[in-house]
Design a protein around this ligand. Sequence first.
Ligand SMILES: Cc1cc2nc3c(=O)[nH]c(=O)nc-3n(C[C@H](O)[C@H](O)[C@H](O)COP(=O)(O)O)c2cc1C
Length: 211
Amino acid sequence: MPAGDDLKMHGWETRPAEAASLRAAMSYFPTGVTVVTTGTREGTEAMTANAVLSVSLDPLLFLVSVHRDARLNTRIRDEGFYAVNLLAADQEGLSRLFSSPERSSGLPAMNSLGGGFGVTGAPLAAGAMAAIECEVEAVHPGGDHDLFLGRVVAVHMGDARKGPLVFHEGSYPTLGGSQRARSPEGSGAFVDSVRGFDARMGRRSPRGGGR
Ligand SMILES: Cc1cc2nc3c(=O)[nH]c(=O)nc-3n(C[C@H](O)[C@H](O)[C@H](O)COP(=O)(O)O)c2cc1C
């Protein structure tokens, strides 16, 4: 059977490998939202980012992907450090502000953040759930983005009671009862008959013979 027919038979709608397709697929992948800052005081630069990743625990390494043309990109290169502020559920406004090309740098940006300064001098966002400060270890090219690999030099815990700000399908949904109450039965093939693990139950099947 030709590959296209097999994919169709299994319910896939295969799209061309292009930007719009990748964007559409990744819109189904909910993420947290951060504001990444660098510089200090009147030198403040900040940008909303969700392409962030905790890379390694030993040594402690963290990654932020920043568009090559973004103002933040050259500023992080100049400063050699950045702070990643993990936004709380009520900080959609801050996310919108720092993803706007019209936003200010410098003192107005610092005042909008309003959370003081970390050990690197980077401004922190008041009300964020946590902030992670890094010193740049390496910059790797990633197409139209650059990947800033940082050594974590400080971790600040804020107030996590409101839960995270979430970005999904191009907007900021509220995590509500429907997500929490979702049935573990759901759909999909997630019984591993060889190892006897039934993911729907969250435990080994009594009939299972696996370790
Ligand atoms: C939820 C969200 C996440 C984003 N994540 C990133 C990201 O990880 N990296 C990036 O370069 N831009 C990201 N952006 C886009 C930038 O915030 C936006 O394009 C910004 O204006 C770029 O900075 P500039 O105005 O200096 O070019 C994101 C935007 C939103 C709304």
